[in-house]
Design a binder for this molecule. Structure first.
Ligand code: ADE
Length: 246
């Protein structure tokens, strides 16, 4: 997977992406990152990239031309016409299924805005997708792009080791993950659940499934509605959750 990020703060992207699992994936050639400074595409003598909004109002708006020129330049470097994803609170809300879908692309371009947003004409001309990471407003699109890149990268074959990708995870089948414990067996008087020490794999699996069901019902009942539940799951939930609504 080859990522391109158009931003006014390329260092922010590089610092984050070069650490931990994404850093390892870059070193091993599974992903690549090209961060592109939009300011380099300004034709203005002072390298301005923003101006006052037509119609008045607070803040500044990023001008269309540097963004348009940066996108056109990237498209000349990519193999195919890439998806150009604008990070904005107005976009479709990102989730695990979108992460999986994007991981199927060979190249992805992210456009990060700042100030009061981007001139609409640049969006109309270049952007193929708008994505939000949630209903709150960040100071810029960089952190949002990094969230998407991180979640997409771990879906790219080879990025996680076999052991890492074997981990059953939150949102697989719309259920949250069960609780985990490691040594010591007792910490501050709190004991690891007996069943996990039993060595009885079938019972452990059953307990973990029940814990996932409980957690999802308590914290994310919206997800539970989309989960694939069998009769045993339903019976367990009915017996253990008051006011279960499915
Ligand atoms: N830019 C500012 N806020 C954002 C959000 N919530 N998601 C994506 N991009 C953003």
């Amino acid at each position: 997977m080859d990522y391109y990020v158009l931003t006014l703060f390329p260092k922010m992207i590089e610092a984050c992406i070069s650490t931990s699992i994404t850093g390892r994936a870059i070193n091993n050639g599974y992903i690549s990152m090209t961060s592109v400074n939009i300011r380099d595409y300004s034709t203005d003598r002072h390298k301005h990239v923003d101006d006052y909004p037509y119609g008045g109002g607070a803040g500044m708006v990023m001008q269309a031309e540097p963004i348009y020129r940066a996108c056109e330049d990237i498209k000349m470097r990519t193999k195919k016409k890439p998806r150009i994803i604008y990070m904005t609170p107005q976009g479709r809300v990102f989730d695990q299924s979108i992460a999986k879908e994007l991981a199927g692309e060979e190249e992805l371009v992210f456009l990060c805005g700042h100030y009061e947003g981007i001139d609409e004409r640049a969006i109309e001309l270049e952007v193929t997708d708008c994505l939000s990471i949630g209903d709150y407003v960040l100071t810029g699109g960089e952190l949002a792009a990094l969230v998407v890149i991180d979640a997409v990268s771990r879906m790219v074959p080879g990025v996680l080791s076999n052991e890492e990708s074997g981990i059953s995870e939150s949102f697989e089948n719309n259920l949250l993950e069960y609780p985990q414990y490691t040594r010591p067996e007792e910490f501050m008087g709190m004991k690891v659940p007996e069943i996990l020490l039993s060595g009885h794999h079938a019972n452990i699996e059953k307990w973990r499934r029940q814990q996932s069901l409980l957690r999802t019902a308590e914290s994310r009942p919206d997800l539970l509605k989309k989960a694939d539940l069998d009769k045993k799951d339903m019976d367990y939930l009915k017996n253990n959750i008051k006011n279960l609504q499915l």
